[in-house]
Design a protein around this ligand. Structure first.
Ligand code: SAH
Ligand code: SF4
Ligand code: F3S
Length: 444
């Protein structure tokens, strides 16, 4: 009998779609050199942790998980442990990790993940420990293999990094400055995806609206949207994230006019207080944001607007917080991610003296979540009895006999239907609307 000598890798990914995509590339590179994926940590010959540091709890999870690997490494000395991602780009973090968890074999950052196979080879051949963090962004490396999680929808990064330096945020320090990919490279990737059967792409960047500014050829995000909309065979296009200060009328018109562009805009507000927004360096006021949200609702029928909100930013008063609640009611968000402010090393907000107590933060957070849930539920209920177009992504998470997919404006729908529908657009009649998802039945 043939023995299964195939080597396996396990990847755990924290953080945003940027990290998800990097993990898909790591996975692609490993498959190319003959490894196969496992979802069971104990089975793995290589364990990779792709880390996030946007909030403290993201970091704590990584530390906890690293501690648990000690016993595994003792049992299986050939196990290779690699840590990468945003957290490793922080000053002195790689050294801290090596000191506390000396059994880690490879540490690299966000700018050199394409070199992972090289590092792996060195560790295997020479038994060395590798730590390589590059602090300056290099050119964009194109053509890496990518092993995507879904066969229906795909993330396509259109730009890397961020120039905005919101005072609470660590992302610009760990992801570097903005760099746009060339339009031809983006188009090539989208066309390849379509030829593989993909139906939907999400164009990704920390602030997609500044796409093209560094390319120097009059390219704008709105123009890119129109070019991608021409790709034959593609059904749906989404994008994230839009910084409210940079979302232009051209982009709104592109969403309105292009058939493949889905009616969904993620527009992080962060706070509803103009005073706090100024301290956050967000460059818009509550009124300007509301004006923009109204314009989007007016121009794009059926649009859904989602957001990110932080409570407990230094100096946030009850009045500031009430401004946020008020804005949430006014915009009537279709969904919202809510966060408790987390101090991040070396960011301007961390140096502010008027930090808010944990108790007040939690109390405000609970009130905010309640408000958000009420509104989201109310908006979802408007779909009761409606027929919506769903792109079927696969089986439902908890109910294997059901299918799940999303409406054009991003709502999650679970429904009974044949598996042959996976990857297809199906009309679904909504029979029940919950706070997080809709339930329905196929409508023929
Ligand atoms: N570039 C995107 C998202 C970046 S991170 C944008 O500008 O919207 C995702 C979200 O994490 C942010 O929108 C913000 O709401 C939240 N976030 C960032 N730093 C944070 C911090 N220090 N504490 C709490 N939440 C934070
Ligand atoms: Fe962070 Fe602001 Fe950049 Fe978003 S725009 S990644 S919140 S600095
Ligand atoms: Fe986290 Fe890095 Fe994304 S810090 S949120 S994984 S860009």
């Amino acid at each position: 009998m043939l023995q299964n000598t195939e080597l396996k890798y396990y990847i755990e990914t924290w953080g945003c779609q940027m990290n998800e995509e990097d993990s898909e590339k790591l996975s692609g590179m490993l498959k190319r050199i003959g490894y196969s994926n496992t979802e069971v940590k104990e089975e793995a010959d290589i364990i990779i942790f792709n880390t996030c540091c946007v909030r403290e709890n993201a970091e704590n999870k990584v530390f906890g998980n690293l501690g648990l690997l000690k016993a595994m490494k003792e049992k299986k000395p050939n196990l290779i442990i690699a840590i990468c991602g945003c957290m490793m780009q922080q000053k002195d973090m790689a050294d801290k990790v090596l000191k506390t968890f000396p059994y880690v074999d490879i540490i690299f950052g966000t700018h050199n993940s394409y070199k992972f196979p090289e590092y792996l080879d060195m560790v295997q051949k020479e038994g060395v420990q590798i730590k390589e963090i590059i602090n300056k962004e290099e050119g964009i490396v194109e053509g890496l293999p990518i092993d995507r999680k879904s066969d229906v929808k795909a993330f396509v990064t259109i730009m890397y990094g961020c120039n905005n330096f919101c005072t609470y945020c660590i992302v610009p320090y760990v992801r570097g400055r903005e760099r746009s990919r060339k339009v031809d490279d983006i188009l090539k990737e989208v066309k390849e995806l379509v030829s593989l059967g993909y139906k939907e792409v999400t164009l990704l960047g920390q602030n997609v609206n500044s796409f093209g500014k560094d390319l120097g050829d009059d390219m704008t995000f709105a123009k890119l949207l129109r070019v991608v909309n021409e790709v034959e065979g593609l059904e749906r296009i989404r994008f994230m994230t839009s910084h409210p200060k940079d979302l232009t009328d051209d982009v709104i018109q592109a969403v309105k006019e292009c058939d493949k562009l889905c009616e969904q805009i993620h527009l992080p507000v962060q706070s509803g207080s103009s005073r706090v927004l100024k301290e956050m360096n967000r460059s818009y006021t509550k009124e300007q944001y509301l004006e923009l949200a109204r314009k989007i609702r007016k121009e794009i029928p059926g649009v859904s607007i989602s957001t990110d909100i932080i409570i407990g930013f230094p100096g946030e008063t009850e009045e500031d917080f009430l401004d946020t609640l008020d804005l949430v009611k006014e915009v009537e968000y279709d969904s919202a991610f809510t966060f408790i402010y987390s101090r991040r090393n070396n960011t301007p907000a961390d140096r502010m003296e008027n930090q808010i107590s944990e108790e007040i933060k939690h109390e405000r957070f609970n009130r905010l979540v309640k408000q958000v849930n009420e509104i989201v539920e109310k908006r979802n209920k408007e779909y009761n009895g409606e027929v919506v177009e769903v792109l079927v992504e696969g089986k439902s998470k908890n109910q294997e006999d059901r299918l799940m997919g999303r409406t054009r404006n991003g709502r999650l729908v679970n429904f009974e239907g044949s598996q042959e529908n996976i990857g297809k657009l199906v009309n679904v009649k909504i029979t029940k609307a919950g706070s997080f998802s809709l339930t329905g039945e196929e409508y023929k």
